[in-house]
Ligand binder design. Structure first.
Ligand code: BGC
Length: 512
């Protein structure tokens, strides 16, 4: 059997190797980094609305909340509390740039280990918090942990996976995010009835995914790419044999060696990122994250309990909405795992745009026509809205959710991979922060119009995908420039001087 099989219409070389049990174990352990992130997304909102927590750290918020009058669109909210919750995203944003350097210099595995240690420190500070300083420091440490984990885990998964299974294995990160969100919602429901320390249990249980990541990380390998990049050629080759389950790894090994030689000529990855040839993956990485947040997913997930209350489930509404939207989120991510490597990335993104656009518009119309400032929808309409929310979440979960992380992790060449991915992570954090800060006031002023606002963004991202997003399924990660960017009708214009840039780096390594 030949070592290199040329397929994909003669486009992309496919290397030997299967998905070994060892790779599955590595993927499973690393994906706990996603569970840490998802658990925090799912736990924070619930904890910051628990009276025991507010009375201890945000007394003024608790007092105001007692007297606040709410209507369907203007939920009571406190800026300071909102800032506290989203401070994690700012810490993560800044940390991702440091993490990118650590990822290059020390490897993906130590970056994940640092992530879990930071996260554990943050969990201890929060769960054992006796004053506001401890709680804020804890939140910032969690943010650093998330920044490091979100930087390292998707890259680790994409580099470990054979090209033909890269999508599926990478999406395990998102799968674990969704499981974290679901589990956290259920835990909050029960701990909110445990007084006065239920919130400590909620926050403290985050130690489980972080602990599994830390302990498990000693059993996993470094990626061959990172080993070879850091000149550990022998270890890189033996790791490649181990993860591919074959000794026939020379072609893939040589392709990584070639990529890392190219990478070594680049002295400053961040200045290389500003060169024209880096524009295609950089613009796409940033826009995918902006678009992911402007689908309105986090706003919808946040708003779901209110919508469910209108169905008439009363105090069960929040648990029910968490469980229903959470399960849809988890199971729809599985759809993505099964389809992404044969149907491709583009089709999932485009199909989901249609699905999410229609659901946002119809929800907007129903609320515009029938949901007044106070009162509720009639039973049938409420059931329709809840079903539409589920269809929306399902569409997001098999497309923009996982692919927002997958595509940026597989499209940068080695020399700018960690630096470029840091832009993806930080954009995600920045726009999550922006939506978290702005959503409630936008809902209050725009009312049902907010759903049309998100629908307009979905239209824009659909057009962007149609014209500017190339298909990357099955293309080896180190062959993207040749096989994807140089072939694309629009992006190829930035690739013409790529060889000149390399020459310039060789001759004048310090010229930026
Ligand atoms: C996004 C999060 C979102 C989650 C929902 C992730 O990919 O980055 O902002 O809450 O998906 O499942």
């Amino acid at each position: 059997m030949p070592a290199v099989v040329v397929n994909h219409g003669g486009d992309a070389p496919e290397f030997e190797g299967k998905v070994t049990v060892y790779v599955i174990i590595c993927v499973f352990i690393a994906a706990f980094g996603g569970l840490m992130f998802g658990y925090d997304i799912g736990i924070s909102g619930g904890v910051t609305s628990m009276d025991d927590f507010l009375k201890k750290f945000f007394m003024h918020v608790y007092e105001k909340k007692q007297h606040a009058r709410e209507n369907n669109y203007c939920k009571y909210n406190d800026g300071l509390l909102q800032l506290f919750t989203s401070s994690l995203y700012i810490a993560a944003l800044l940390a991702s740039f440091v993490a990118s350097r650590v990822c290059t210099k020390m490897g993906r595995k130590p970056t994940m280990q640092i992530a879990s240690v930071m996260f554990i420190i943050g969990v201890c500070l929060q769960a054992g918090g006796i004053n506001i300083e401890m709680i804020v420091c804890g939140r910032l440490m969690l943010g650093i942990g998330v920044g490091f984990a979100n930087q390292a885990v998707p890259l680790f998964l994409s580099e470990l996976a054979p090209a033909k299974m890269r999508g599926a294995l990478n999406i395990c990160f998102q799968l674990f995010i969704t499981m974290g969100i679901l589990v956290a919602g259920i835990i909050n429901y029960f701990t909110s009835t445990i007084h006065p320390h239920g919130w400590r249990i909620s926050l403290g249980l985050a130690i489980i995914p972080a602990g599994i990541l830390l302990v498990g990380s000693f059993a996993i390998c470094e990626t061959p790419t990172s080993l070879i990049e850091r000149k550990n050629l022998d270890e890189g080759k033996s790791t490649l044999k181990k993860i591919r389950g074959t000794d026939e790894v020379i072609p893939e090994f040589e392709s990584i060696v070639a990529a890392s030689e190219m990478a070594r000529q680049v002295k400053n990855p961040f200045s290389k990122l500003m060169k024209p040839s880096s524009r295609p993956p950089l613009i796409i990485a940033i826009l995918l994250q902006v678009f992911q947040q402007f689908t309105g997913i986090n706003a919808i997930m946040f708003y779901a309990p209110v919508l469910f209350q209108t169905v008439g489930f009363g105090s069960n509404a929040s648990l029910l909405s968490t469980v229903i939207t959470g399960l849809v989120n988890v199971f729809s991510t599985l759809v993505s795992i099964y389809t992404v490597d044969w149907a491709g990335r583009r089709i999932l993104l485009l199909e989901a745009c249609v699905q999410m656009f229609l659901t946002q518009v119809v929800i907007g119309l129903i609320l515009l026509i029938d949901l007044k400032t106070t009162g509720s929808l009639n039973h049938t309409e409420a059931i329709i809205v809840v079903s539409l929310v589920c269809i929306f979440v399902g569409g997001f979960a098999w497309s923009w959710g996982p692919l927002g992380w997958l595509i940026p992790s597989e499209t940068f060449p080695l020399e700018t991979r960690t630096a470029g991915f840091a832009f993806a992570v930080s954009s995600n954090m920045l726009f999550t922060f922006i939506i978290a800060q702005a959503f409630l006031s936008m809902l209050c002023t725009m009312r049902a119009g907010i759903f049309f606002f998100f629908a307009a963004w979905i239209l824009i991202m659909g057009l962007f995908t149609l014209f500017f997003l190339p298909e990357t399924k099955g293309v080896p990660i180190d062959a993207m420039a040749e096989k994807v960017w140089k072939q694309h009708w629009f992006w190829k214009r930035y690739m013409v001087d790529v060889d000149d840039e390399v020459m310039m780096e060789k001759v004048h390594p310090h010229v930026k």
